[in-house]
Design a protein around this ligand. Structure first.
Ligand code: C2E
Ligand code: MG
Ligand code: MG
Ligand code: MG
Length: 282
């Protein structure tokens, strides 16, 4: 199989357009069943303070526990979920599961009361008419403090139908939910949008780390992006930290939070708890 153009697209060699269309239809049908049979699980990737002393939160990332194919990542199904609108239900499932996990961990694992859980929301979902009500409903059912939740929206999707997004985001903020701009710097958009949005966090896309620290221009660009976020009084998360040298730069440039394979890949809830305990004691 060949992975191709873009993070969410994949195709097979020698596949005709009809094959592709048929596979999409069958995945869509399987996704409906997966929702019915509760096959989605949530993995958690730790987020650390840039001095790497403390685990300050986790990002929830959806996985599909497929009955035959095993654990599947979002690149296998997210684009089809988007097209069919099933993403709205999947996002709700992840929001509910991650929020109740966060509550459960407060009793068994986590000492700090401000450990945050970051949850990805598709922009299509964010802009749907039922979004605010359904978020409110889930938070009430799970009985979680909204300030422990941070919803992540990808920059490139956010800037489309911007007026709608501004409205929804200010109402989310009124509910006490924080917002993060994900994959920041890759949206090819005018930065002026930033002053109209009541968001709390910028997540600098991992592509900005790829030539850090050996390439000077890449270092300056990373520093500039972090500075931009800080001067807007935002919390800056750098994602995709893969080695100690990249971590050192994030710290040197005053990033607030780091996340990446250098610390851990996304883990199931049980493995996350083990990681958390081990990190604390080391
Ligand atoms: P994202 O929100 O930007 O999440 C970070 C992605 O980068 C994750 O991929 C994570 O496993 C990966 N990653 C983390 N650290 C590193 C690193 O050091 N190096 C590299 N190369 N990669 C790293 P994953 O889990 O495959 O998710 C891909 C994307 O799918 C996410 O990107 C997010 O946009 C989307 N997604 C995931 N879960 C959900 C969900 O529940 N709802 C929605 N709407 N989207 C989701
Ligand atoms: Mg994210
Ligand atoms: Mg990201
Ligand atoms: Mg991404």
């Amino acid at each position: 199989r060949a992975k191709a153009d873009g993070r969410n697209r994949f195709h097979y060699f020698n596949e005709t357009l009809q094959d592709i269309a048929e596979r999409r239809i069958s995945i869509a049908a399987e996704l409906r069943k997966a929702i019915m049979y509760d096959e989605f699980v949530v993995y958690y990737q730790p987020q650390l303070s840039a001095d790497s002393n403390t685990i300050v939160g986790a990002e929830a990332l959806v996985r599909w526990q497929h009955p035959e194919r095993g654990i599947l990542g979002p690149q296998e199904f997210l684009d089809i979920a988007e097209e069919t609108g099933l993403i709205e239900e999947i996002d709700q499932i992840v929001l509910a599961k991650a929020s109740s996990q966060r509550n459960a961990w407060q009793k068994t694992l986590i000492k700090s009361t401000d450990f945050k859980i970051a949850i990805n929301i598709s922009a299509r979902h964010l802009k749907s008419d039922t979004f605010l009500d359904s978020v409110q409903k889930v938070l009430a059912e799970v009985n979680i403090d909204p300030s422990l939740i941070e919803l992540e929206i990808v920059e490139s999707e956010l800037v489309q139908d911007f007026a709608k997004a501004v409205n929804v985001i200010s109402r989310l903020k009124a509910m006490g939910v924080d917002l993060a701009i994900d994959d920041f710097g890759t949206g090819y958009s005018s930065l002026s949008y930033l002053k109209h949005l009541n968001v709390q966090t910028l997540k600098v896309d991992r592509s900005f780390l790829s030539d850090v620290p050996h390439d000077k221009a890449s270092c300056r660009l990373l520093k500039g992006l972090i500075n931009l976020g800080k001067s807007m009084e935002l919390k800056v998360v750098v994602e995709g930290v893969e080695d100690a040298q990249q971590l050192r730069k994030c710290h040197e440039y005053f990033g607030d939070i780091v996340q990446g394979y250098f610390f851990s890949v996304p883990l199931n809830a049980e493995d996350f708890a083990a990681y958390y305990n081990q990190y604390k004691s080391s």
